[in-house]
Design a protein around this ligand. Structure first.
Ligand SMILES: Nc1ncnc2c1ncn2[C@@H]1O[C@H](COP(=O)(O)OP(=O)(O)OP(=O)(O)O)[C@@H](O)[C@H]1O
Ligand SMILES: [Mg+2]
Length: 385
């Protein structure tokens, strides 16, 4: 019979695809039993009960343990990490990549806009929502975390290269409506330069966007995520435990399901989901006829499922697309347009759902106090190879 240690060792081959570490290192192996010769029972602890990668773990454990000599049957069970265990997991992840305390000390709210699925209007929503928040009198910035498909510069009509403060912090550029912006585009040699970063390089760039930028006093930092639940979302979740997640979906069931997965990922990291925005919710012709091109009801369904508010239903409107292409957000050029009204509605809903004071930062015991801003020495942003 193999030893428990040998079995545990074999489980190091089972990698959590999102956290990119093995389940032994992550402390997710709850128990290993050999009730009879040739049979091994393994219990894996998940971060949430509805963990979508259950099947991945089940197969991984079966394959890894099944390869050991003498093992004929592998049973895989699941339970859920306790809140304390989850905290321990986050601390372990955070140690390797958390922001220094105080990096965003004057930012009241960080809102990540994500969807899971591409092309549903995350960037359009980010740009217009940021402009609407600014128009409502809130100091707002937009961070373009989509390093492969960056679109915030175009949508906010802002291009150029940020300058540096005396403390060597990057000064965000100011786009439409006074929204401050940072995007990878500002650091490229050519506008159409392809970015091939992944993993550590990407992590480093995003970290610098947060840490080495002089964000100053902000009511809202809105982060435009790339599609999917991949590297960027994970990095941000690690770096920004205080962030909330805003889910954009189209009304069709398929998109809503994918958005649900993105939300589930956010929940795994205990990022609070602040609400859902349904985009491309019907098209009304000039004569008043309405077509539900992308179906109907997906936003409400997802909001109900997640038990969060549906902050807005943004209709398809050509002017919203044209304004995004021209760097003039529709909420500024025609605030009475139906799509603009829906986005203002969402902005007000977000304001109502988020605190208007700075979060109280508590230094976890054992952590040194935050260094003064001037003492943080910034390394220059990595340039694309
Ligand atoms: N409600 C709408 N009405 C008309 N056009 C829209 C609407 N929402 C988004 N669009 C347009 O659809 C296209 C895709 O939108 P956008 O780039 O915002 O999506 P995304 O989710 O950020 O995409 P990606 O996943 O590639 O980052 C853009 O041209 C945008 O202007
Ligand atoms: Mg986008």
């Amino acid at each position: 019979m193999p030893s428990t240690e040998a079995i545990r060792d074999s489980l190091r081959a089972v990698i959590d695809p999102e956290l990119r570490r093995d389940i032994v290192e992550l402390g997710m192996v709850r128990s290993i039993h050999e009730p009879e010769p040739g049979r091994v029972d393994v219990v894996v602890s998940l971060t949430t009960p509805g963990c979508p990668i259950r099947a991945h773990f089940e197969k991984g454990v079966r394959d890894a343990v099944g390869r050991i000599d003498g093992v004929k049957l592998v049973n895989v069970g699941f339970d859920v990490l306790s809140p304390e265990e989850k905290q321990g997991l986050q601390a372990r992840l955070g140690r390797q990549g958390g922001l220094p305390q105080g990096a965003l000390a004057a930012v009241k709210n960080v809102v990540c806009v994500g969807s899971g699925k591409g092309g549903v209007g995350k960037s359009t929503v980010t740009a217009n929502l940021a402009a609407a928040l600014a128009a409502e009198g809130h100091a707002t910035a937009a961070l373009d975390a989509d390093v492969w498909g960056y679109s915030i510069p175009r949508m906010l009509g802002v291009h150029g290269r940020p300058s540096l403060t005396a403390e060597r912090k990057l000064v965000p550029l100011v786009g439409a409506g006074g929204v401050q912006a940072i995007s990878i585009e500002f650091f490229l040699e050519r506008e159409d330069q392809a970015i091939i970063w992944r993993g550590p390089m990407l992590h480093k760039a995003l970290r610098q966007f947060l840490e080495d930028v002089h964000w100053g006093e902000l009511d809202y930092l809105i982060i435009d995520l790339p599609p999917g639940t991949g590297d960027v979302s994970m990095t941000l979740a690690q770096l920004l435990p205080q962030a909330v997640f805003l889910v954009v979906t189209t009304p069709q069931p398929a998109a809503q399901k994918v958005a649900g997965r993105a939300a589930e990922t956010a929940e795994r990291f205990e990022l609070e989901i602040v609400g859902v925005i349904e985009n491309m919710a019907g098209f009304t012709t000039p004569s008043g006829e309405r077509f539900t091109i992308f179906g109907e009801g997906g936003g409400q369904l997802l909001a109900d499922e997640l038990d969060v508010p549906l902050l807005g239903k943004v209709p398809l409107q050509e002017e919203l697309r044209a304004g995004a292409d021209e760097g003039r957000p529709l909420v500024l050029t025609d605030p009475d347009a139906p799509a603009a009204q829906a986005l203002f509605h969402a902005a007000r809903g977000l304001i109502a759902a988020t605190p208007q004071e700075l979060p109280v930062l508590q230094a976890p015991s054992g952590h040194p106090a935050a260094p003064p801003a001037a003492a943080v020495t910034g390394t220059p942003l990595p340039m694309a190879p």
